[in-house]
Write a protein that binds this ligand. Structure first.
Ligand code: NAP
Length: 339
């Protein structure tokens, strides 16, 4: 049994983290740390969780205890830098849900996040935790950078393809759609219902911070072609839908590609290959990523969908915790007898 601290446990991703933690059979206790809500009762922040979670007083991050076995950090970008070095120094395990350590290069933080990284030496020590792609480094690791939400949906869709066919690719374009919860709970005019309702728009075109993360990781699987990434905001609260179009220099059959994906994900409980393009509502409120492949002539179209708050954040973080401690990776995430 372990004890867990959740720094930023009153945010959108924090809420699902604490729900998973509350029912996890290997976690004996947890403490929530936050900022403005410090001193409040947890059930005043999340009244809908009455009867689901135990109440507690939210603690201030200024009084962090360093007494838990593992800390999840779910803070706005730039804030994890204050806590990760101190926790690791004390040999405490960390899973960071934010982007502060996902990139490998310090320079990319200046360019894409507009801050100077204050613990760049730790970038090389983290394990990038794309949980459904086998990575032996996750087991017994000390520090996991949990992938971003768009990167999770796109990498799970593209990595098996790159493993086998990287040298056949002319270009890749991923077009993604997200609900408004992807931006967190702090108020922003563009996220008001009156702005969102009946509307769809592209945003952060060629400027989205997930672009360097996706490119960095896909290059590790052999991507050497141009990659375009376009994000859109949908008038819904939750979910991500990504359509990745791959142009090839020679044809590959849909059957052959599908075989490869079935093999890649044969042992994954959370990636479900579909015979038709998946629907967002099949995955909302779950830790699943649903994927479909369609190939015709020299074009392959891969659709993938996840819940940004669960598979794209808290659910994947729990899966990573399970792997970090050598437990069954589905523990606390599936409502079946075997998890
Ligand atoms: N939303 C998503 O779909 C998603 C998906 C993947 C990854 N992420 C990443 O996960 C992280 C959290 O996202 P979120 O959507 O959960 O954000 P959020 O809803 O805005 O919640 C932020 C949390 O951080 C706390 N906080 C804010 N500023 C703080 C500070 N200066 N010091 C200490 N605590 C502070 C807040 O506490 P108070 O309430 O007390 O202010 C709250 O608990 C971000 O890095 C985000 O990029 C988000």
């Amino acid at each position: 049994m372990i004890s867990v601290g959740i720094i930023g446990g009153t945010g959108y991703t924090g809420k699902y983290l604490l729900e998973f933690i509350q029912k996890h059979e290997n976690v004996s206790e947890y403490t929530i740390y936050a900022n403005n809500s410090a001193g409040s009762q947890l059930l005043d922040i999340f009244p809908e969780l009455l009867g689901v979670i135990e109440n507690q007083t939210i603690k201030s991050v200024d009084n962090l205890s360093y007494s838990h076995d593992l800390y999840f950090i779910s803070l706005p970008h730039g804030e994890s830098l204050k806590y990760v070095p101190l926790l690791l120094e004390k040999a405490i395990k960390v899973i960071d849900l934010g982007g502060d350590y996902r990139l490998d290069s310090e320079k990319l933080y200046k360019e894409w996040y507009q801050f100077d990284h204050t613990s760049a030496d730790l970038l090389a020590t983290k394990v990038y935790g794309l949980a459904d792609i086998n990575n032996e480094k996750t087991l017994n690791s000390e520090f996991i950078a949990n992938p971003g939400c768009y990167p999770t949906s796109i990498q799970l869709a593209l990595i098996p393809f790159l493993r086998f066919y990287a040298n056949k690719i002319i270009s890749i374009s991923s077009v993604s759609y997200s609900g408004a919860s992807g931006a967190g709970k702090s108020p922003k005019t563009e996220l008001l219902l009156s702005e969102l309702d009946g509307n769809v728009k592209a945003y952060n075109v060629n400027k989205h911070r997930h672009q360097p993360e996706i490119e960095q990781e896909l290059k590790k699987y052999g991507m050497n072609s141009p990659f375009a990434f376009t994000t859109h905001l949908l008038p819904i609260a939750r979910g991500i839908y990504s359509t990745s179009t791959i142009h090839l220099n020679s044809e590959i059959s849909e059957e052959e590609i599908s075989e490869k994906y079935l093999t890649e994900y044969a042992n994954s409980k959370f990636v479900r290959m579909r015979n038709v393009p998946p629907e967002l509502k099949w995955v909302v409120n779950t830790n699943f990523c649903d994927i479909n492949i369609s190939a015709k002539n020299k074009t392959v179209i891969i659709t993938s969908t996840i819940d940004n708050l669960i598979k794209g954040a808290s659910g994947q973080a729990i899966q990573n915790m399970n792997k970090m401690f050598g437990w069954n990776e589905t523990l606390g995430l599936l409502n079946t007898k075997n998890n």
